[in-house]
Design a protein around this ligand. Structure first.
Ligand code: NAD
Ligand code: UDP
Length: 312
């Protein structure tokens, strides 16, 4: 039985990963400081003898004995990561150093949840892993983007210098049940607004685009990447290449939820990327992986979750 550590395990993606690892027979240690995550996301696992929850901040060292580490701890939505930007950089950088140090001591395989934000506001479209990015070092998104870029650097230096067995995934916008209702991300915002009958807030003119991956597809990709042979490091893009404008997304959400919400236009946030779409050729060829859940179907599941959560 694999002893597996998931940092950020009480968050949106982390809790789905814990579910999957428990289902696959791992002995899971979930570590979280509950900044954006919640015990509610893993409450259903608490009675399981092979699931353990530990309150801990990854910017401090952690001494445990495990065989695999998934490092997901980091606030992911702009509202949350900009709330305390210094702590965001510390979580990415000190957190990576601490988890890499742990992996080195116990000789564990270690997985890093990196992000499409390492490409910044990309000048190449779609973005292959070989693209170095177009990132502002001093803007409001930089604490997250540069923190994640530095974490990738640390992962590859530990790999080269200490022969660590690393796997780095660059995640593109992912959505699904257990997203934080107030995290300001577009899918949760639009759904919550539509369910409450409030105006749908389109930033800018709504022509900017994103590609949305359903959480179950992503977790399948994580598990496949983690199972690749030692020496295969990534970085590997994961996301859904189907691209939609924010106006198209708003229409789909309204269609799924129903109701009478109006669209209102608000200023575009600073450094908001104009378009983003993963090139997933590497994941397709190496893992035979590609997303299966269409946006309409994933939205239905996500709307059902928020309906229950909000009692709507
Ligand atoms: P999330 O905010 O739901 O989860 C992050 C978790 O990390 C939370 O449970 C939070 O409490 C915890 N955390 C934050 N700082 C911590 C610290 N210092 N110590 C311990 N725990 C800490 O976000 P998510 O969407 O589940 O994202 C998970 C990971 O995936 C993040 O690293 C994020 O950067 C990455 N990612 C997510 C997306 C996406 O679309 N969801 C896209 C790109 C990258
Ligand atoms: N967005 C929007 N209305 C909202 C929230 C977000 O139009 O209520 C836009 C945002 O400006 C961005 C896109 O939706 O262009 C995706 O935003 P999100 O924060 O979900 O992800 P990211 O910008 O990190 O891709």
């Amino acid at each position: 039985m694999n002893k597996t550590l998931v940092t950020g395990g009480a968050g949106f993606l982390g809790s789905h990963l814990c579910d999957r690892l428990i289902k696959d027979g791992h002995d899971v240690l979930c570590v979280d400081n509950f900044f954006t995550g919640s015990k509610r996301n893993v409450a259903h696992l608490m009675g399981n003898a092979y699931f353990e929850l530990m309150r801990h901040d990854v910017t401090f060292p952690l001494y445990v004995e495990v065989e695999q580490i998934y490092n997901l701890a980091c606030p992911a939505s702009p509202i949350h990561y900009q709330h305390d930007p210094v702590q965001t950089t510390k979580t990415s950088v000190h957190g990576a150093i601490n988890m890499l140090g742990l992996a080195k001591r116990v000789k564990a395989r270690i997985f890093q949840a990196s992000t499409s934000e390492v490409y910044g506001d990309p000048l190449v479209h779609p973005q292959p892993e070989s693209y170095w990015g177009h990132v502002n070092t001093i803007g409001p998104r930089s604490c997250y983007d540069e923190g994640k870029r530095c974490a990738e650097t640390l992962f590859f230096d530990y790999h080269r210098q200490h022969n660590l067995d690393i796997k780095v995934v660059r995640i593109f916008n992912t959505y699904g049940p257990r997203m934080h209702p107030n995290d300001g991300r577009v899918v949760s915002n639009f759904i919550v607004q539509a369910l409450k009958g409030e105006d749908i807030t389109i930033y800018g003119d709504g022509s900017q685009s994103r590609s949305f991956c359903y959480v179950d597809d992503l977790i399948e990709g994580f598990v496949r990447l983690m199972a690749t042979e030692p020496g295969f490091t990534g970085p590997m893009n994961m996301g859904n290449p189907n691209e939609f404008t924010m106006l198209e997304l708003a229409e789909k959400v309204l269609h799924t939820v129903g109701g009478h919400s109006k669209l209102v236009f608000q200023p575009l946030p600073v450094d908001d990327p104009k378009q983003r779409q993963p090139d997933i050729a590497l994941a397709r060829s190496k893992l035979a992986w590609e997303p299966k859940v269409q946006l309409d179907d994933g939205l239905k599941e996500t709307v059902a979750y928020f309906k229950k959560l909000l009692g709507a």
